[in-house]
Structure formats: structure tokens, C-alpha cells
Design a protein around this ligand. Structure first.
Ligand SMILES: NC(=O)c1ccc[n+]([C@@H]2O[C@H](COP(=O)([O-])OP(=O)(O)OC[C@H]3O[C@@H](n4cnc5c(N)ncnc54)[C@H](OP(=O)(O)O)[C@@H]3O)[C@@H](O)[C@H]2O)c1
Length: 283
């Protein structure tokens, strides 16, 4: 956890993963949100009254990001558009560059960027016998052919996050979660929970070459904190691997080595189902 008096910034703090991160971090936290009306659930968290500061940012508005990062020692960059239309991934890429530029200017010691397993694994050339992990990148051209715009957005944004420190110098580490599920804190349900809900409601069509392992909101939030606290954690840290449908634990090994004990999939599903029920999404 942040040392007493240290200020950290969470972009996308109003979102589903961001809210869990803020809940766990609520020692000294400065969060940025896009829409100030979406913060009541954060203001209701224990400790928020004295330790939470809210900033309204837009990923493509550099000035708004500079204000939010002022005085921070670490930035957790989660904010990213979730609905991506054809060729509309500029906010994700531009936002990542803006956040890293502002972090560099502010003298931030480490930036934890939230990418996705979809930046690693979306490819028609998957091999059943190979665990696709840190050195794998999504096939952009293949995604374009299939209209998979979100994996393209996450891949290009993550590549921008790796290019920045090479040119400008900055300590960047990336977390690549699978499909994140569990109890939803904000009033709005995110894309992964909507996808899971639609499967429970009988959706059967599944995009080809798109595989994701389940991971709990709490574990993803904890992973962000662990990689912030452990400077030895570098590179891309996958939060599950699911090459085809065979079991693989190599990808998450580095996080388990840092002490993360993943919540079992049965509990993830139970928590997600209860959350969707409590919101009236399923009965
Ligand atoms: N959920 C998953 O299964 C999953 C898996 C892998 C990676 N991720 C990544 O994890 C991060 C958080 O995802 P989530 O599931 O928590 O999604 P979410 O609930 O939709 O949260 C997204 C957050 O980003 C903010 N945001 C979006 N566009 C923005 C913009 N142009 N300027 C400023 N803020 C903006 C949103 O603010 P508004 O609500 O105001 O738009 C919200 O706070 C994202 O980077 C996502 O790609 C998610």
C-alpha cells in the first residue's frame, strides 16, 4: 500500500475495476474520473471523505490529466473506452501517451498500465500446444478482418505504453487481465459483466479466436497494487492464460510469486451471478 502521505492516481477510478482498486487503496488516493456524476459510489467508500480527491479528466485533454497527476508518486492508468467502433481507438492510444507524458513531467516513480489479455492472445494462428503469454501480441490485421476493434485498441494502446519509456524513460509496468468478473461497485455494469450476463441469458454465438480466462475484480485490483509495490515486477503480467481451452498457469505465475492467491473460478462465477441478480440483470 502507498506509504503514509503518498498520493496515487487512478485514471478510470469510477469504472468497475477502478472502483475496486480505489476501495483497496483508500489510504491516500487521488482518483480521476470522466464524469463527476459517476462518483457517488466512490464517495460512499470508507475513508473517502478524508482521503479521496476526485478529478474530471478526458483522455484526449492533456491539461485535465496534468491536473489529476499533480503531486502523485504512482499512476494506475485504467481509463479506456470500452465501446470501440471501427478506427475509433484514438482516445485509448492518445490517452495512454497523454497519461505517460504527464506522469513523466510530474516525476511519477511508476506507472501501472491496464492492458488486456486481448492484446496478447487474439490471433488466428494460435497453437494448442503453446502457452501464449508475455511475448505474444494480438494480430492486428486479423482483428481488422474480423472487426475485433476492442483488441486492436488495447494492443495499440499497450504498444504505445512500451514505446514511450524506450524514447523518453519512465518506469512502466503492464497488467493484462482476462475477463474480469465479480461484485460490481459502480451503478453502471461494465462490458465484461454484460458479456457474462448475456452468456447466462443464453447467448451462444462466440467469436472465433477470442479466448479469455476469468479473473475476479478484487484480484485484478490487488495485482495492480502488488506490481506497484514490487519494483522487481516488470514487463507484462497476464492475469490468466487460456490457450485454446487447455489449462495453463504460466501466465499468472509471476503474480502468484508476488503473493497473489487467485480467487477460484467457482467463487468468481458465484459473485458475478449474485451481482447481476442484485442489479436485476438476471433473475
Ligand atoms: N473488464 C474486463 O474484463 C477487462 C479485461 C481486461 C482489461 N480491462 C481494462 O481495464 C480497464 C478498466 O475496465 P473496466 O472493466 O473497469 O471498464 P469500465 O467499468 O467501463 O471503466 C472504464 C473507465 O474508463 C473511463 N473512461 C473511458 N473513456 C474515457 C475517456 N475518454 N476519458 C477519461 N476516462 C474515460 C470510464 O469513465 P466513464 O464511465 O465516465 O466513461 C471508466 O471510469 C480498461 O482499460 C479495460 O480495457 C478490462
Amino acid at each position: 500500500m502507498a506509504t503514509e502521505g503518498e498520493v496515487v492516481c487512478v485514471t478510470g477510478g469510477s469504472g468497475c475495476i477502478g472502483s475496486w482498486l480505489v476501495r483497496l487503496l483508500l489510504d491516500t488516493v487521488q482518483i480521476s474520473v470522466k464524469d463527476e456524476s459517476e462518483t457517488k459510489h466512490l464517495e460512499a467508500l470508507e475513508g473517502a471523505e478524508t482521503r479521496l480527491r476526485l478529478f474530471q479528466i478526458d483522455l484526449v485533454d492533456y491539461g485535465s490529466i496534468v491536473s489529476a497527476l499533480n503531486g502523485c508518486v504512482v499512476v494506475f492508468h485504467l481509463a479506456s473506452p470500452s465501446t470501440i467502433e471501427n478506427n475509433f481507438w484514438t482516445p485509448a492510444i492518445k490517452g495512454t501517451i497523454n497519461v505517460l507524458t504527464a506522469a513523466k513531467e510530474a516525476g511519477v516513480s511508476r506507472v501501472v498500465v491496464t492492458s488486456s489479455m486481448l492484446a496478447m492472445t487474439t490471433s488466428a494462428n494460435w497453437r494448442d500446444d503453446v502457452v501464449e503469454a508475455e511475448d505474444y501480441w494480438t494480430d492486428i490485421e486479423d482483428c481488422k478482418k474480423k472487426g475485433f476493434w476492442y483488441p486492436i485498441s488495447k494492443t495499440l494502446a499497450e504498444k504505445a505504453a512500451w514505446d514511450f519509456p524506450k524514447e523518453k524513460g519512465l518506469d512502466v509496468v503492464v497488467v493484462n487481465p482476462g475477463l474480469v468478473l465479480g461484485p460490481v461497485i459502480p451503478p453502471r455494469i461494465n462490458g465484461s459483466m454484460l458479456l457474462f450476463g448475456s452468456l447466462l441469458q443464453g447467448r451462444t454465438e462466440a467469436p472465433e479466436d477470442l479466448f479469455m480466462g476469468f479473473v475476479h475484480f478484487k484480484d485484478v485490483a490487488l495485482a495492480h497494487i502488488l506490481v506497484y509495490e514490487n519494483k522487481s515486477a516488470t514487463g507484462r503480467l497476464p492475469k490468466d492464460t487460456q490457450p485454446r481451452l487447455s489449462k495453463a498457469t504460466l501466465g499468472s505465475k509471476r503474480l502468484r510469486d508476488l503473493g497473489l492467491q487467485f480467487i477460484p473460478v467457482e467463487q468468481i462465477i458465484k459473485d458475478a451471478v449474485e451481482s447481476l441478480k442484485s442489479r436485476g440483470f438476471i433473475s
